[in-house]
Design a protein around this ligand. Structure first.
Ligand SMILES: Cc1ncc(COP(=O)(O)O)c(C=O)c1O
Length: 386
């Protein structure tokens, strides 16, 4: 059945899961006051770096006792710095349910070669059994699995009196989901996700227990300079005050300061969470009435409101081989890209053939609403022409 082409296009066609859409109203001129060509150790630049830390802590309402650093290498750099600096004195429990979590399993087993490891890996669409985790060990997990659209429901499964540290890759959840930071000892994220700022830099928050680990234990493996948070069991305090380990991009710093001001102007994370939940609700209402699409994550309690991931349930599509299915999806995506309606909505290459819509707070609810009739149109157009 051919569908009529919709007429109303999203005002911003960017639905990528990272780098994500810029905030509404963003333009290059927000960067015009960047102190470019200046030393990042100058008072002006250090002030801005410190502001990024202070504002992030305030907006997120991170506990006062937590320290926050700007790290190089985006979220990966921040998380690997935590793993390389903190792990090794205890066993490790590591959870994964999609591509990035699986990368952290590889780090633990193949790079750091930790011996006492329990890994809990589940298939795309499902969480591993959280009740099995041994909190005597250090625990590594991802808050929101960006490539599967599956998130942990909350932090209630993490005990207050845990012996090990909890290390959380929160990059695609933080700022858009309610997170109980007291349950997390190391939290990493990048500026390119919910904030819609630039990649390249990440942030790492450490609890007092994680800071104590740095002061009482030095891992046996080499720690690259880029990951170095302590020197001879002394925390390098400057790193948590804006003296970055190596040279940052002040343009990226200016951009994240703009994003953080935007967050404040719309009402803080409470409002960002609301926008993201509403994006998910809009898609859920559409999926519930659809004859061709379903969520990769069947469980509503663990379904992501940021990386909204969709499978095609139509019998016509499911008769194809995986390669053919990927080709159909490519055609849908290309059709929408050419129309200027949606960019970068193809599922992650290592995930099952899927579509993925970013529902983080820089995507406006009206744009999500406008996109969905186009998805119906593109699917049926491709189906009629294959
Ligand atoms: C859950 C998760 N972890 C890690 C990464 C890697 O982040 P980055 O490229 O910012 O280092 C991503 C990026 O999409 C992600 O979604």
């Amino acid at each position: 059945m051919a569908l009529a082409k919709p007429s109303n296009k999203p005002s911003n066609p960017n639905f990528s899961s990272g780098p994500c859409a810029k905030r509404p109203g963003w333009e290059l001129s927000v960067l015009k006051n960047t102190p470019i060509g200046r030393s990042h150790r100058s008072t002006e630049c250090k002030d801005r770096l410190k502001q990024a830390i202070v504002k992030s802590k305030q907006i997120l309402k991170l506990p006062d006792s937590y320290s926050l650093a700007i790290m190089t290498g985006s979220n990966t750099g921040a998380l690997e710095a935590a793993m390389w600096s903190l792990l090794g004195c205890k066993g490790v429990d590591v959870l994964a349910w999609e591509n990035f979590g699986k990368d952290w399993v590889i780090d633990v087993l193949e790079q750091l070669k930790i011996e006492n490891v329990n890994s809990y890996v589940s298939d795309y669409g499902k969480l591993p059994d959280l009740s099995k985790v041994n909190f005597k060990n250090d625990v590594i997990f991802t808050w929101n699995g960006t490539t599967a659209g599956v998130r942990v429901p909350d932090a209630k499964w993490i005990p207050d009196d845990r012996e090990g540290l909890t290390i959380c890759d929160a990059t695609s959840g933080i700022f858009a989901m309610d997170i109980d930071f007291n349950k997390l000892d190391a939290i990493s994220w990048s500026w390119q996700k919910v904030l819609g700022a630039e990649a390249a830099h990440g942030m790492l928050a450490l609890s007092p227990r994680a800071l104590k680990r740095l002061e009482t234990y030095t891992p046996e493996w080499p720690i690259p300079k880029l990951f170095k948070l302590a020197n001879k069991k002394k925390v390098i305090k400057g790193v948590f005050e804006g003296s970055t380990i190596n040279t940052p991009s002040m343009i990226c710093v200016e951009d994240v300061l703009d994003s953080l001001s935007w967050v404040e102007s719309v009402g803080g994370t409470k409002e960002l969470i609301k926008i993201s939940n509403e994006n998910l609700k809009i898609v859920e209402n559409w999926v519930n009435n659809s004859d061709w699409v379903k969520f990769m994550c069947a469980d509503k309690n663990t379904r992501s409101s940021t990386s909204i991931t969709l499978l095609i349930k139509d019998g016509w599509f499911n008769k194809f081989s995986e390669e053919e299915q990927r080709n159909v999806i490519k055609k849908i995506v290309l059709t929408l890209d050419k129309e200027g309606v949606a960019k970068d909505i193809i599922g992650y290459p290592k995930a099952p053939p899927s579509l993925r819509l970013w529902g983080g707070a820089t995507v406006q609810n009206n744009d999500m609403k406008a996109l969905l009739p186009w998805l119906d149109w593109a699917y049926h157009t491709v189906k009629n022409n294959v």
